[in-house]
Design a protein around this ligand. Structure first.
Ligand SMILES: *Cc1c(COP(=O)(O)O)cnc(C)c1O
Length: 351
């Protein structure tokens, strides 16, 4: 690996008490090109601009994938990276769907480890804060024909991020997207690729204008079954059953989703992965059986849902407050990440 260090760190100029999400980047970034059918030597350089031709194919046709994971400062100065194997598995799945070459776990984790070790001072020490790690790959040939590129660039950026919930967990308000759909089975919903986000921008803007935090996505065919919330997976507690939509091709397999499922099983909670219609959610609410709803994702970990608007109906969940299971799951996952709870599943990669 080639490393070109910055001369003067910019860390002094960063206000670690008021970190927003993804606005500040650490001193270095990693780049690795794919040429002649294989990944070349990675190099680390100061964070900065990259030069591309305006004919860069990925700007025009979106042959891009990304990942998002986190590193934490745990007790005893240990750095914990949460479940990198699982993120790598999804990285390769996304690559496959977008005709991008994948890579071995060894190469993936080696590039992350090197960059994190170099910029370790950028990992915030406060509980609730973390260093967000953003690996991504984009096609690098310059042409306007629609075909698979022969060359690619893999990059990793890291960004210190603050506590998602500054004043404790704040339940969000959701609205179903009416005429819009995000993904369909056989499409790109199972891949972590910018196209899914592009599809979500206009519906999200309209939801914000109506006073809602996020869109509750329904399936693209019948517009009946719940799929995801914004950029998170979703869970419902009905009676004593924890339910999450099954992965049927249009839903992203969230690592946080998987962690919640594993922990719930371990706690002896009935967890079912199945289709769940918006009508079932509304009638469970009417019957007083809908106890909690929460989203899961790397950024927020657990995001409680306080209200859902579907067509003419507005339902309120748990009186708009964070549910007990939501809180317990949040405490467990973050406890493992910060090395405060036993990592019985062996999820943390420590450096
Ligand atoms: C990243 C992402 C999620 C959450 O996945 P995590 O691995 O838990 O961060 C859910 N849905 C979409 C569309 C995503 O891009």
């Amino acid at each position: 690996m080639e490393i070109f260090r910055i001369e003067q760190s910019k860390i002094e100029s960063v206000d670690f008490e008021n970190l927003a999400f993804g606005e500040v980047f650490s001193d270095h970034m990693l780049s690795m090109d794919y040429e002649y059918g294989h990944w070349m030597t990675p190099h680390i350089t100061p964070f900065g601009k990259i030069e591309v031709f305006p004919s860069l194919c990925s700007l025009h046709y979106g042959q891009v994938i990304f990942e998002g994971l986190k590193a934490f400062y745990a007790k005893g100065d240990v750095i914990n990276i949460f479940r990198p194997e699982k993120y790598h598995e999804r990285f390769n799945k996304s690559c496959h769907r977008l005709c991008i070459p994948g890579m071995s776990y060894d190469l993936f984790i080696q590039t992350i480890d090197e960059l994190i070790a170099l910029d370790r001072e950028w990992i915030p020490r406060r509980k609730g804060c973390a260093l967000y790690i953003r690996p991504f790959v984009f096609a690098t040939e310059s042409y306007l024909g629609v075909r698979v590129s022969k060359t690619f660039r893999f990059m990793i950026l890291t960004s210190p991020v603050g506590a998602y919930y500054k004043e404790g967990m704040n339940p969000v308000r959701l609205i179903t997207p009416g005429e819009y759909v995000r993904a369909v089975q056989g499409g790109l919903g199972m891949a972590k690729t910018p196209a899914n986000y592009a599809a979500s921008l206009l519906p999200a803007e309209e939801a914000h204008k109506k006073g809602f935090t996020q869109v509750l996505w329904l399936d693209g065919i019948e517009k009946k079954y719940v799929e995801e919330v914004g950029t998170m997976n979703i869970f419902f507690v009905i009676d004593d059953e924890l339910i999450t939509p099954a992965l049927e091709g249009s839903i992203l397999s969230g690592v946080t989703r998987d962690s919640v499922i594993e922990i719930a099983k371990d706690w002896g909670i009935t967890i079912t992965e199945r289709r769940i219609s918006i009508d079932e959610v509304l009638s469970a609410s009417r019957e007083g059986r809908l106890k909690e709803v929460f989203g899961t994702g790397t950024a927020a970990v657990i995001s409680p849902v306080g209200e859902i608007q579907h067509e003419e109906t507005l339902i309120r969940i748990n009186d708009g407050k964070t549910g007990t299971l939501s809180q317990r799951l949040y405490d467990e996952i973050t406890g493992i990440q910060y090395g405060e709870k036993t990592d019985k599943f062996g999820w943390c990669h420590s450096i």
